[in-house]
Design a protein around this ligand. Sequence first.
Ligand code: ZN
Length: 414
Amino acid sequence: MVNDIISIDAERMIDGRGGPAVEPARVVIQGERISAAGPADRIKAPEGARRISLGARTLLPGLIDAHVHLKGWRSSNPDDVLITPHPLAALRAAADCRKLLHAGFTTVRDCGGCLGPHLRDAIAAKEIPGPRILTAYRGLSQTGRVKKVTWALDITPLRQEVDGIDDCVRVVREQIGLGADLIKVSITGRVYAPQSDPGQTAYTSEEIQAIVKEAHRMGRRVAAHAQATQGIKNGILGGVDSIEHGIYLDEEACQWMRERNTVLVPTLAYFYRIATLGEGLGSPAYAVRKAKEVVEAHMKSFALAMRMGITIGMGTDFEGSALFPHGENGAEFDLMVDGGMAERDVIVAATATNAAILGIEQKVGTIETGKLADLIAVPGNPLKQISALRQVEFVMQEGRIARCRIEGVPEDLL
Ligand SMILES: [Zn+2]
């Protein structure tokens, strides 16, 4: 019941701002917003507040995945999309949205897919459960970069092929008109396509600049799929806001990113899972081969980006198949820690930093007075054991409890 005042006590709170944990903590929620948060002995629960005790758990801001695809795919073979009815894919994507929310992801950025605006609107209208969505709708891709299905436009739902400055500008406007919150553009080849490689650049510098200029003019940020060095550099100089993947960074690229405030969303789990699980889960041989080639370089680039002080967000590139299952996006946290990032910084990446990357840091991303009450609780202390973030037991979204596996919470609040 959204008009109630709710007061939540927990053994610990990590507010997403990167400081030490608050122990024990209290958060007061009024309607959809946080009205107070801090040490339990300093924050008074208002009279008449509904009380929730989370016991030996840690409260955190709702998690944000800055790179997902909501396309309802269930196969590792990209050709299977040809025999999947669109309505079935949409229903599966709706199920994925529920899984994401239950796993603690209260916001996601959909980096390409024709279902994005519809899922976003149904969730915002509270018709189906799911995270708040910012969507790129269809990403821009130069012709010939991926397999083209000429006989049915709707079964190439992820991307829109377009070339040349004038047409790129037109398609940016078109995507925004069709509901895109951001523009996604692919400026290198990729692992998961037979006819392209991460090392290839895509689009000329002039095309990239035109896309960025038009997107910015219309108040949209640009996320660039960029895997190898030259393409990454074209993107940075072209003014894109984020480099997605960034497999092959070098010092010069990192320096330019730092100077221009370009952020990195590394998506470590994506390539790692293709390399280690892809063969057993039906990935095409070309994808497994290419993923194995890049995993080590990707981890090195991640370490370099940290050393060079680049702003790093958290994203998975998960899409719903067994290889990239929504709901298990926390796999990325483990790899970020394995790659040398402190647990505290991983949490900041997936909360405050990601909110800033999405441009919604005034609304969400930290536990602070005035922000929307997107909160999760996990057992134990994720600062010591990052895997705790994969055991989300309580999810609140805009002041409403979306999931609760904790006993003792008043029934009428559920
Ligand atoms: Zn992607």
